[in-house]
Design a protein around this ligand. Structure first.
Ligand code: NAD
Ligand code: DAU
Length: 351
């Protein structure tokens, strides 16, 4: 059956992997990739699919309600996978307004457009909202986030994502909009903007620049290879139960400093440097404000109900990722030109 799917944020990190998966796997669907192309959106992430007949790029802001409604109507959109967001915690600490604008009001604008355009017939329609484990707050040394863990966001970013999750569920409960939500842990892989830990540190090791470790480096994150996240979204999109939430994670917890040492080892090896050379770049800096100690996802519901499991071991995923950034230095150089230098200077100068 032909489906017209609106994927928002498809020029970003996870979105580009998802667009690639869906357009290649489902030639009978038409994917409309709607993206504002902020600093984090990059059409060069999608050059391999941009000429496929079942793919269309639309440059638009999700907050522009009238334009979004028109896009729904003109293209007979019958499903949304919503990823567009401001996604970096450190930026949200500097500028919380843009996070409320895009993540909360932008999501509301999409929900309202879907509701108005689909109102006469919700049959076969779906609004899939992609969210984060950060909405659950921070864990102590033990335990996992499950789908029923109460929300306790700490950063402006996670507060804005939590708010958007609530709006999505409110549209289901109030108007009967068919929705599904997933909350995923930290992703890593190719095409991630080098403001996030892994690509930032790979780039800094490459340039022999200091590696700014926040606090004592003891915070724990649960890392998932981005293509496994895209596969999970595909499974939930097709088989997930309406109104449900699914947690996505790799049962793969790493203390930041341990992960950084693995990264150094792999990058040094790939660059032909003696093992451990770049450890001297480790620089402990002022901690992130409100820094969540630990995230860890229990994804057994997704495994037991829909049969999804991560496909890649972390060591293999990290090696693939490091090689990708080192082999795609043009991509890294392009995205770290210009405005990125100002960002870096501002974000790290007082740490
Ligand atoms: P990203 O920052 O790499 O990409 C975000 C994309 O959204 C960019 O292409 C950007 O241009 C676009 N965008 C931003 N504001 C927009 C607007 N107003 N209108 C239209 N497009 C806009 O983000 P990502 O890391 O790929 O994350 C994608 C989604 O997944 C987000 O909703 C994020 O909260 C969620 N998520 C991310 C992770 C992770 O580890 N990166 C983990 C769990 C969930
Ligand atoms: O858990 C899912 C979330 O993962 C997503 O919702 C977010 O969009 C995504 O950005 C990510 O958030 P984190 O804050 O966990 O990711 P980040 O890469 O910014 O940081 C990972 C850890 O590394 C965190 O404990 C902070 C630390 N860190 C980060 C940077 C950028 C450093 O020590 N130094 C740094 O320079």
């Amino acid at each position: 059956m032909r489906k017209n799917i609106l994927i928002t944020g498809g020029a970003g990190f996870i979105g580009s992997h998802l667009v690639r998966l869906i357009v290649n796997k489902y030639p009978e669907y038409h994917v409309f990739n709607l993206d504002k192309l902020t600093y984090a959106g990059n059409l060069s992430n999608l050059t391999d699919v941009e000429n496929l007949p079942n793919y269309t790029f639309v440059r638009e802001d999700i907050c522009n309600f009238d334009a979004i409604k028109l896009i729904f109507e003109e293209n007979k959109i019958d499903a949304v996978i919503h990823l567009a967001a401001e996604s970096h915690v450190d930026r949200s600490i500097e500028d919380p307004f843009s996070f409320a604008q895009t993540n909360v009001l932008g999501t509301l604008s999409l929900l309202q457009a879907a509701k108005q355009c689909w109102e006469n017939d919700f049959e076969g329609k779906l609004f899939y909202h992609v969210s984060t484990d950060e909405v659950y707050g921070a864990l102590g040394r033990d335990g996992f986030f499950v789908e029923t863990t109460p929300y306790k966001p700490h950063s402006p970013y996670s507060a804005s994502k939590a708010s958007s999750d609530h709006f999505v569920r409110a549209f289901h409960d109030t108007y009967g909009l068919p929705v599904v939500v997933s909350n995923c842990s930290n992703n890593y892989g190719s095409y991630q903007f080098p403001e996030k830990l892994i690509p930032l540190f790979i780039n800094n090791i490459r340039h022999n620049k200091p590696l700014p470790v926040y606090g004592k480096g003891e915070n724990v994150r649960d890392w998932l290879y981005v293509e496994d996240h895209a596969r999970a979204i595909d499974v939930i999109f097709h088989k997930g139960r309406i109104g449900e939430t699914y947690n996505i994670g790799g049962f793969n917890e790493w203390k930041n400093i341990d992960l950084i040492k693995v990264l150094i080892k792999v990058v040094d090896k790939e660059l032909g440097r003696p093992e451990g050379t770049s450890e001297k770049l480790i620089t402990y800096v002022k901690d992130r404000a409100g820094h969540d100690l630990r995230y860890a996802i229990d994804s057994s519901k997704l495994k037991n109900e829909l049969g999804w499991e991560p496909s890649l071991q972390f060591e293999e995923g990290i090696e693939k990722t490091v090689r990708w950034y080192l082999q795609n230095q043009d991509w890294l150089d392009n995205v770290t030109n210009g405005e990125y230098q100002n960002y870096y200077e501002k974000m790290y100068k007082n740490r």
